[in-house]
Each structure stands twice: as C-alpha cells, then as structure tokens.
Ligand binder design. Sequence first.
Ligand code: NAP
Length: 367
Amino acid sequence: MAMLLRSLLPRVGILLPPVGCPRLIRCLSSAAVCPPARAAVYQQHGAPDHVLQLVEVEGRELLEGEVCVKMLAAPINPSDINRIEGVYPMRPPVPAVGGTEGVGVVVSVAPGVSKLKVNDWVIPSHPHIGTWRTYIAKEESAWCLVAKDVPEKYAATVSVNPCTALRMLQDIVDLKPGASVVQNGATSMVGQCVIQLARLNDLQTINLIRDRPDLNSVKERLKALGADYVLTEEELGSLDKKTLAGRAQAKLGLNCVGGSAATAVMKLLGEGGVMVTYGGMAKKPITLSTGPLIFKDLRLQGFWLGKWKSNHSDEEFSTMVNYLLRLVRDGKLQYAMDEVQFSDFDTALQKALGQQGSALKQVLIFN
Ligand SMILES: NC(=O)c1ccc[n+]([C@@H]2O[C@H](COP(=O)([O-])OP(=O)(O)OC[C@H]3O[C@@H](n4cnc5c(N)ncnc54)[C@H](OP(=O)(O)O)[C@@H]3O)[C@@H](O)[C@H]2O)c1
C-alpha cells in the first residue's frame, strides 16, 4: 500500500515523506504544512463508480508561494464524470483526484504568498485541481479569492454553470428587452441560471424539460424562478400551429441535451435565430430539420467556457464570479442542490450518475 501511494501521490499533488520518515509532520521543521487528506482518486479512466476510490494521502510541507486550502464544498458536475470516463477533451493525466470546482478556506500560507491570507475563501482558477479532497496544497495563482457572504454551496458551484449561463446570454446574440430565449435541459443548473439571468434582463424564456412523475411541481419550481413557459417535448409536439407560430420567435436557443431535444429548440427559433450547443446530456447526435435551416436562416454554434477562460484574464474571471455571487447574496440567483457529506461520496456519485433517476446537483460537504 505504501508503495502504491508513493507512486500515485506525486501525480495527485501530494508528496510522501522521504523513506525513513514515518510521519511527515513529525519530520518537518516549523514550516507551513498541509495536513493529511482524504481524496477521491482514480488511477485509470472508466466508469466513475468503478474507478474512483477514497484514499488517505499524507500531508506535506508547503513550497514557496503555495497555500494550503481546506475544502468546504465541491459539486459533482457532468464534465467531472466525463473527465473520469476519459471522454472529456481536456482532462488531467491519471492518476488524478476527481472534481474541478469547489470552495475552500485558506488554512496556511508559505513564504512568497502575497495576496491570499488565512481564512480567505478561494475557488480554483483553473480545472484539473482535483477538488474532491479534504485539503489541497497549490500555488497561490491556482486560486481565485471569493466573497464569504454567501452559503458555501453557492461559492462552490459558481464558477462553471452560472458563468456558462451568463456568457451564453451575453456574448452570442444581441438580446434586447422582450426578446425570447428557448432552452432544453431547463432543470439543469445552467438552465435554472439562464431563467433567472434572462428575467433580470427582461428576456422571456421557453423551457423544455423531460417528462417525469412530478412534472407539475418541477414546472412550478421553474416558473417560480421566472420561467415564462415550461413544457415537455411531447407537449410542444401537440401545440396547434397558431400557438406554435406565436412562440417560435426566439432569437437564441440553448441546447444542453442533443437528439430530438435539440430539434425541439430549433422549432422555437425565429428568423435568423442561433442555436448554441453547450452540452450533450442525451449522448445522441443533433438531428435537424432542413426546412427551418433554409427558410428561417438559422445558425448553429457551440460554446465552451474553457475557451472563454483561456481567452480572458484571471481578473475578468474573478469579476464575473463575484458579480454572480452578489446576485446570490441579493436573492436574485438561486438553484436547487443536494448537500451530501463527503463520507457519503458513493451515494452522491450514484445520484450524479443518474442511477436513482433525476436528481438535484450533488454538492459534497467536507466537515
Ligand atoms: N460547454 C460548457 O462550457 C459547459 C459549461 C457548463 C456545463 N456544461 C454542460 O451543461 C450540461 C448541464 O450541466 P449542469 O451541471 O447544469 O447539469 P446538472 O445540474 O447536473 O443537471 C443535469 C441535467 O441533464 C439532464 N439530463 C440528464 N440525463 C439526461 C438524458 N439522458 N437526456 C436528457 N437530459 C438529461 C437533467 O434533466 P432531468 O432533470 O430531466 O434529469 C438535468 O437537466 C452538461 O452537459 C454539462 O457538461 C457545459
């Protein structure tokens, strides 16, 4: 086991003490240290419920310019699953710790750290940091300082989905007040943020969701967030031509799902409308109707937040994240989440994998 950890841990960011030094902390001088951690590690790509293991990793002395962060909360996002499966284009080399997003509190800093201090809340500036672990030692530049006046679960989840919703509404089409946006996957965290950010800008939303036993309560929940219309693909199919024509005026379509759900989004686009694909939850190709493409002059494009981040500075990212957290603090942005103790990781993972049906976003809590 010691040999296994010795080969594994340098890759996951935690160094073992030299041979002959049984407990790192006892062998250290008074330098700042990051304590031993518990981490969800995968040594090879594959089904997350098969390849992920919770392991104990030893602490280590901080190097110059590093901070030690005690994780507070971290979500399980679809892209985390895809990274572990090995199908996400950008992924860390294995072995790796799962998780890309989360919030933690700085517990110690090494010499050379200039901006962060103990007790600050931070989120990763870049993916591949491996957030599903109790402590992380990383250089100061790997972290973005965030406000502490929101619940931990919001700080933990602000940097991927709310940012994606904001960018897609702001950067793709010039949406004047009163314009409408259609989206599928409206129950997703991105979808819930789209509804509220659109409403804040006087935009209407048409929201497509999957059928389910509690359809009416989910519709009510999305309407309470500000959704104008919420309907299933089947309900869309049964709309009469006049009603459909009245609704099919959207300037922007957001495709989270693919397959027939993308066709449904296209149906509701107006003249010159743009459909942006940002997710592929159904794992099915997009099927398009030829007529609307030609006669409505529709456009298709993709969106990837990773590309936005590589084209923008850490300061711009920080400004966006803190803007969204202010909306949370002011009660203007909220989304449903399920907080789960890290010790119940297996249950959270099963839910995130959809093994128990539709589930809320799983957010791991590290206590
Ligand atoms: N391109 C980017 O930069 C970017 C950034 C952020 C997120 N994303 C992508 O956006 C998508 C949503 O992410 P999220 O974290 O907001 O989602 P989430 O909160 O984890 O929710 C998952 C969503 O996917 C739906 N879903 C699950 N399995 C499905 C299936 N087989 N067919 C149709 N719908 C299914 C769920 O619908 P039910 O409620 O019906 O279960 C729910 O709406 C993911 O594909 C993610 O990778 C992309």
